[in-house]
Design a protein. Structure first.
Length: 719
């Protein structure tokens, strides 16, 4: 979108006021006369009007212009589903999402900012609309796969994003390298040749479709993940010192002699939190030190603007797109061992049972006395390895104290109703040929839990402190689940092996009992996933509404300002309350804007990270087509059912059209598929044996078929 100059902004405001006051659309002549703009400056007026059209505030009507908000129209973001239909998410949050059929897309693509006209008919609970105009394209460059040559100089391509429902005719320029069939390339669409086909020019060749690094690159394009910092941002980062300066220490508490340690994964490169635990009689004192990012990132600076634009860091199996340049993320704000670093510290005292008793917050200078890994902590505390205990002798007593406090904090959280979803994350191993070699559950043990408990405690303490002093952080809210969804979950699980052990409670305590009953069974993972699907999405907001999943009345994010912008907002709010920063953080209106931005960027990050896992899973399974796997039925639909494979962290679909032994009918109320002739049932949680039939990167699908049934078939007969 064209950037407005300070000179034209007042004219824009005046023009919008004219439309507000007018009872009809206005012509350019009407506007020129009212503003007393001479004909010689006609082009300037046209530019202003074009700018207002580009912002979605005005629309052309015949020879004049109309104010969008006075018409049955609204602006929003188009989200296209894989079926080809879509929904426009209005910018006015008071409005419902607007359904868009395939015939009413108006040339818009997934992610575009659009102007939509509301039609008189409705689709279920949602209004239905027609896209009138694309206000702003979400992506000027798209990733496409070369399908075949068309003539000597043209390539027929298809977008790698299955939500983009059109084809691309690509013509490389003279002297450019011509991509091969099955290459992934970046293309710049230029004009629509006919409905569903766009002409485009070559931007860059990414490489072969089978390479993991190429899949990462195309996912970043599909989700508009930023990959390069603007020159102004890099220049501001480069101007920062290589290490904290002595003058930065003046008003800070000097904790360099305290034996803080960092505990992270073995491959971690940035260390933004350090911890220390000490027993004091019958209580525990915990220090959580977080890198003071806000000291180096002034509000409304180039660094700050870019961090807000990104919202968070983006993590992929082979790369990270950080929120800040490396000078900050891996340098000044990384708590590397032996080096002085600026930090914001939460110092907390807990009872033996983990109840908070005292808390203080202040700026400090610290020095990490050890860079530990989760695996080292496991070997020391859980495996009692003498050799590792000797290596970490200077930290051994502190680690044992840390484990005791963490277990007390965890027990306290569980007692008040906090939910711990046991859903292992996939760890993807890439071989030297850039292909997925293995996909396995990422190791998780109490070594991870220690740091998690300390970070949760610090976040909660900061949130309580800020709320009590009218500070202005972004709270991390998690609403209670819809009671109907909880009822549906328990009804669904009634038809599983867990059916006879379901608790009566339909609240957090009931979900805890559900997890306990499923623990150690074949459907443990499934129960956790189904329960997670009933949960509302956690979001940032200026108002505190509590966090259901953590059973917390007041919660915010404080512990990672290097990779989450919401945490940076919290640090500034904390400094404001402590009298260390003028203004006390952002105002209410700005906070709302920031909340909308960071929530959107969080959804983008989650979507991109999920898609790369799916794509690399498909690459991993490509040479396993025809093999047989055991699995658990994880979901049902009227056209088939999904199966979670046991041997591999992957899920695939068995379509009803592939079941040749009977006609199966979907019984939604009973949540089962029932064979018409045989009486065979297929239910959630049922064990099945399946054969891998097909994998498709273009559709991001894994298709399965039931293997030949034996007398011991897990499909039950109705009696």
């Amino acid at each position: 979108m064209k950037k407005r100059s300070k000179r034209t902004a007042p004219h824009e405001r005046r023009i919008l006021q004219m439309f507000e006051q007018a009872s009809r659309p206005l012509t350019r002549k009407d506007i020129g006369v009212e503003l007393d703009i001479p004909k010689a400056r006609k082009e300037e007026l046209e530019d202003i009007l074009d700018d207002l059209i580009a912002q979605g505030k005005l629309i052309r009507i015949g020879r004049g212009y109309g104010l969008v908000k006075k018409m049955p129209m609204t602006t929003g973001t188009l989200e296209v589903q894989r079926s080809g239909v879509g929904f426009v998410l209005p910018e006015d949050k008071r409005l419902k999402d607007i359904f868009i059929s395939r015939s009413q897309m108006g040339g818009a693509w997934h992610g575009d900012r659009v102007l939509v006209s509301i039609l008189p008919r409705r689709r279920g609970k949602n209004p239905e609309g027609r896209i009138v105009r694309v206000v702003e394209r979400a992506r000027p460059v798209i990733a496409v796969r070369v399908v075949r040559r068309v003539g000597q100089d043209t390539l027929f391509c298809q977008p790698t994003d299955p939500r983009l429902h059109f084809n691309v005719l690509l013509t490389p320029g003279s002297g450019e390298k011509v991509p091969r069939v099955d290459d992934i390339v970046l293309a710049q669409p230029e004009e629509e040749l006919e409905s569903g086909t766009w002409a485009a020019r070559l931007d860059r060749i990414l490489g072969r479709e089978e390479d993991a690094s190429v899949q990462e690159a195309l996912v970043k394009v599909n989700w508009s993940v930023p990959t390069a910092f603007p020159e102004g941002v890099l220049a501001q980062a480069a101007a920062l010192p290589d290490a904290p300066r002595a003058e930065d220490f003046g008003d800070r508490k000097d904790l360099r002699e305290l034996p803080f340690v960092t505990i992270d994964g073995a491959s971690a490169r940035d260390f933004d939190d350090a911890v220390l635990v000490r027993p004091e009689g019958k209580t525990w004192r915990l220090w959580v030190a977080i890198a003071d990012v806000s000291h180096y990132v002034p509000r409304r600076s180039a660094l700050d603007d870019e961090a807000l634009e990104r919202g968070n860091s983006y993590y992929f199996p082979q790369s990270v797109e950080p929120m800040f340049p490396e000078k900050l993320s891996n340098g000044l704000c990384s708590l590397v061992p032996g080096e002085p670093r600026l930090a914001m510290v939460a110092e907390m005292v807990f009872s033996a049972a983990g109840d908070p008793q005292e808390e203080r917050f202040y700026p400090a200078v610290i020095r990490s006395h050890g860079r530990l890994t989760y695996e080292q902590v496991k070997r020391v505390l859980l495996d009692n390895e003498a050799e590792e205990q000797e290596r970490l002798r200077e930290h051994l007593a502190m680690l044992r104290d840390a484990e005791k406090l963490a277990r007390a904090l965890l027990a306290r959280r569980v007692k008040r109703g906090a939910l711990d979803f046991d859903l292992p994350e996939p760890e993807i191993l890439i071989d030297i040929c850039d292909h997925p070699e293995d996909i396995r559950p990422r190791a998780r043990h109490f070594g991870h839990q220690i740091i998690e408990e300390f970070m949760l405690a610090a976040n909660e303490a900061v949130a309580r402190y800020l709320e009590s002093r009218q500070g202005r952080p972004l709270y991390r809210n998690h609403a209670e689940p819809d009671p109907d969804k909880l009822d549906a979950l328990f009804d669904l699980l009634r038809n599983t092996p867990l059916g006879g052990f379901l608790p009566q409670q339909r609240d957090a305590k009931g979900i805890q009992k559900l997890f306990a009953g499923a623990q150690g069974t074949e459907i443990d993972f499934l129960v956790n996933r189904l329960a997670l699907r009933t949960m509302m999405q956690a979001e940032y907001a200026p108002e505190n509404k509590g966090h259901f999943g953590l059973a917390s009345d007041c919660y915010c994010h404080f512990t990672s300002p290097i990779r989450r912008y919401a945490d940076l907002v919290t640090h500034r709010a904390l400094k404001g309350v402590l009298g260390l920063e003028a203004g006390g953080g952002a105002g209410p209106r700005k906070l709302k804007e920031v909340a909308v931005q960071v929530n959107g960027m969080e959804r983008r990050a989650v979507g991109a990270e999920r898609e790369i896992v799916k794509r690399l899973t498909i690459l991993f399974l490509k040479d396993k087509v025809g093999q047989t796997f055991s699995g658990i039925v994880s979901s049902l639909a009227d056209f088939g059912f999904w199966v979670e494979l046991k041997e591999v962290m992957a899920e695939g679909m068995v379509r009803l059209s592939s079941l040749g032994d009977d006609y199966y009918h979907y019984r939604e109320k009973q949540q089962e598929l029932l064979g018409e002739r045989s009486g065979r049932r297929i239910r959630i949680g049922q064990e099945v044996t399946v054969r891998l039939e097909e994998v498709s990167l273009s559709r991001i699908e894994v298709n399965l078929a039931l293997a030949e049934q034996t007398p011991e078939s897990p499909l039950k007969r109705e009696r």
